[in-house]
Ligand binder design. Structure first.
Ligand code: E4P
Length: 261
């Protein structure tokens, strides 16, 4: 799987060097509080015409900085407030692309994140026809995934952890680890269906809660992971690597071949 960082935190992106990065409005808000950027971003936000305009301006500022650090896509989200309005989603998405263009960043580097509602999927279908790539988010079901694939979207982000959260709330004592995790099952079903039917839409697992979910979905096209999970994974890999080296050292050298045999 290609590793994607689910964060607006520039320092984390420098540290983990992911291929792509995904953001959402709350991640952008967190990133905007960073001491090094707060003043500059506040000045940019003050020039905006309204709150949506301010959020978009800040998201594109941060997204542009991220795009200089990753080789692949940067995902920027259309406010979830517009999830049930196709026209509003279309105009917001186009304006985000125009903003990126003013920063010298073309649409081939950007994924516009759109909620996987019926209205969002209709907007995404139109955006893809205009050459604007979309990442369909807030995707929890097979039906949403099927509609996204039929709409020809570039990428879907089926959620893992939020499905697990709901099951845990309902059945607190059940064992939902690894392949028993209902979020993992949902993403696997979508992935297998897409691959089995030749859909070109990329599947990027999102909303992870633990390393077990990541391992169970290794092999999925992409996985977008928080910095906390990325560092957990890096530590696990480090431990694994050390274990392998230790095992090698413990192994006795092979006996010389008996050349008479
Ligand atoms: C990614 O696209 C999503 O914004 C993110 O993974 C959501 O994660 P959450 O369920 O932890 O909010």
């Amino acid at each position: 799987s290609t590793v994607v960082a689910d964060t607006g935190d520039i320092d984390a992106i420098r540290r983990f060097q992911p291929t792509d990065a995904t953001t959402n409005p709350s991640l952008i808000l967190q990133a905007a509080q960073h001491e090094a950027r707060r003043e500059r971003l506040a000045a940019i936000a003050r020039q905006a015409t309204d709150i949506d305009d301010a959020l978009d301006a800040v998201a594109v500022e941060i997204g542009s900085e991220i795009s200089s650090l990753v080789p692949g896509f940067v995902s920027t989200e259309v406010s979830a407030r517009l999830s049930f309005d196709t026209e509003a989603t279309l105009s917001r998405a186009r304006s985000l692309i125009e903003r990126y263009d003013r920063h010298g960043i073309g649409p081939e580097r950007i994924l516009i994140k759109v909620a996987s509602t019926w209205e969002g999927i209709r907007a995404a279908r139109q955006l893809e026809r205009e050459g604007i790539h979309c990442n369909l988010t807030l995707l929890f079901s097979f039906a949403q995934a099927q509609a996204c694939a039929d709409a020809g979207v570039t990428l879907v982000s089926p959620f893992v952890g939020r499905i697990l959260d709901w099951y845990r709330a309902e059945w607190p004592d059940a064992d939902f680890m690894g392949d028993n995790d209902p979020g993992v099952k949902s993403v696997k079903r979508i992935y297998e269906h897409y691959k089995g039917h030749g859909y070109g839409t990329i599947v990027m697992g999102a909303s992870f809660r633990n390393a077990g979910e990541i391992l169970a979905l290794a092999g999925c096209d992409r996985l977008t992971l928080s910095p906390a999970l990325l560092s957990e994974l890096a530590e696990t890999e480090g431990r694994l690597e050390r274990k392998l080296v230790a095992n090698d050292a413990e192994t006795s050298p092979p006996e010389p071949l008996d050349e008479t045999e």
